[in-house]
Design a protein around this ligand. Structure first.
Ligand SMILES: NC(=[NH2+])NCCC[C@H](N)C(=O)O
Length: 458
């Protein structure tokens, strides 16, 4: 039975994927996965319902919790620059069964995040088509499968994912280039928001700074933590990065740092422009601009948000395929899914599988069910990865990463405690689904992975 804790020893320079992406691509892929529905959709609601203007402090708290996780990822990425991210780090440290559980949960998380964001995106897109262009979308194709409501498929959510996965099949460089454009637009949207919002800040809006007290700040932090997740996906593409020992850690840290800066400033401007009481709307940034009589800027922000959320789909989809690839290469899942396309040089079978699964999921399942499942898988992997670093530092003599979490003896423990507190605040149903998913995963592991693992040979 102790085979379940067998470890993988990584050989350097053995890779089937071409190294095509550089540090700028990585930073922008990170930002592409981080900045999305969180800042555009959740910020306003979290301010209105939980934190008030103190939302700025919630963002700070989220930044501390998740910021340490980014450092942890950077340390492990510098030690193990291989595909698969947290899954692979765990395989090298805590052993196969834990690695499988981490990989299994990350798959669900990336899959659900991509599908949920696609459904949310589709809602915005339909509204845009109807309100701005007057194009009416038939009801049958405008919602998840629900006979009573008369909807069969959310066609735009489905198509958005099909598009993203075609791009991912064609090539990593092509995907990164597309993402670079989207992220540039995304940052422009936020900069425009700040520039046009600043003059409208009314300091009276800050007078009641913590209307719901510190507890509200904390509850809002648990909610907006979602906005920070996503940088971990770039750890999964390490085998396609040039000089990964250096570029991947840099990409992880810079993408989160830049996003954090934007979040702090944007949330400050937002609650300065309008009273938090009015912000319980799904498009708070555009709404605030309407409120201060800047309708053109408001439209620009709405359209920008719609376009730029696509990058979250792309990066989550990318992470999904690379985790399947790594797991299959290790023999824990069907080996065919590690095949690389002769011309495109992408793990195309894993990508096609991901495309079929996620577009169907997004087309047929309602957003609410999807969104409730999210966060826990990623937070779980952040937690395990922090434990893995502590373990490696204590037990492995040869463990010598080129980057180390500074003040690790304090920060790692703070990270673990904060993550557990945030996880404890997640809804009950999320926990039940998490446990059910883990049990299904363990069954698959014992019925398939345990017997087929390539580690058996070593
Ligand atoms: N692993 C995840 N849960 N990723 C979801 C990322 C969501 C992204 N931060 C956003 O605000 O849209």
């Amino acid at each position: 039975m102790n085979g379940i804790f067998r470890k993988k020893i990584y050989q350097k320079d053995k890779t089937g994927l071409p190294r095509k992406i550089g540090v700028l691509d990585l930073v922008l892929l990170g930002i592409g996965g981080i900045i999305g529905a969180g800042i555009f959709v959740i910020t306003g609601q979290a301010a209105a319902l939980y934190a008030g203007p103190g939302i700025v402090l919630s963002f700070l708290l989220g930044a501390i919790t998740i910021g340490i996780s980014a450092l942890v990822y950077a340390e492990l990425a510098s030690a193990y620059p291989v595909a698969g991210g947290a899954y692979s780090y765990t395989y090298a440290s805590l052993g196969e069964i834990i690695a499988w559980l981490v990989g299994w949960n990350i798959l669900l998380e990336y899959g659900i995040a991509a599908s949920a964001v696609a459904t949310g995106w589709s809602g915005y897109f339909r509204r845009f088509l109807e309100e701005s262009l007057g194009i009416h979308i038939p009801k049958e194709i405008s919602g998840s499968f629900n006979l009573e409501a008369g909807t069969y498929i959310d066609l735009f959510a489905f198509l958005a994912l099909v598009f993203v996965f075609i791009l991912l099949t064609i090539g990593i460089k092509e995907s990164a280039t597309f993402n670079n454009f989207i992220v540039a637009l995304k940052l422009l949207v936020l900069i425009v928001f700040v520039i046009f919002g600043l003059p409208h800040i009314n300091f009276a809006n800050f007078s009641d700074f913590l209307p719901y007290g510190w507890e509200g700040v904390w509850r809002a932090a648990a909610l907006i933590v979602f906005a920070y997740l996503g940088f971990d996906a770039i750890a999964t593409v390490a085998e396609e990065a040039k000089n990964p020992n250096k570029t991947v850690p840099l990409g992880l840290i810079l993408s989160l740092a830049i996003s954090t800066l934007f979040y702090m400033v944007v949330s400050f401007v937002l609650v300065g422009m309008v009273s938090y009481k009015e912000l319980n709307v799904p498009d708070a940034l555009a709404f605030a601009m309407y409120k201060v009589n800047e309708p053109i800027i408001a439209s620009f922000i709405s359209i920008g948000a719609v376009i730029t959320i696509i990058s979250v789909l792309l990066v989550m989809g990318l992470g999904f395929t690379r985790v399947i690839f790594a797991i299959s290469r290790d023999g824990l899942f069907f080996k065919q899914f590690a095949d690389i396309h002769p011309r495109f040089k992408t793990p195309y079978k894993a990508t096609i599988l991901g495309g079929i699964l996620l577009s169907t999921l997004a087309g047929l399942i309602p957003l609410k069910i999807l969104a409730e499942l999210v966060n826990i898988g990623t937070l779980f992997s952040y937690l395990i990865v922090a434990i893995a670093v502590l373990y490696l530092r204590k037990t492995e003599k040869d463990y010598n990463p080129s980057f180390k979490v500074p003040f690790g003896n304090i920060l790692l423990y703070i990270n673990i405690i904060l993550l557990m507190v945030v996880m404890a605040g997640l809804p009950h149903e999320t926990w039940i689904r998490f446990i059910v998913w883990c049990i299904i995963g363990l069954l698959i592991y014992f019925l398939y992975g345990y017997k087929n693992s390539r580690r058996i040979e070593s």
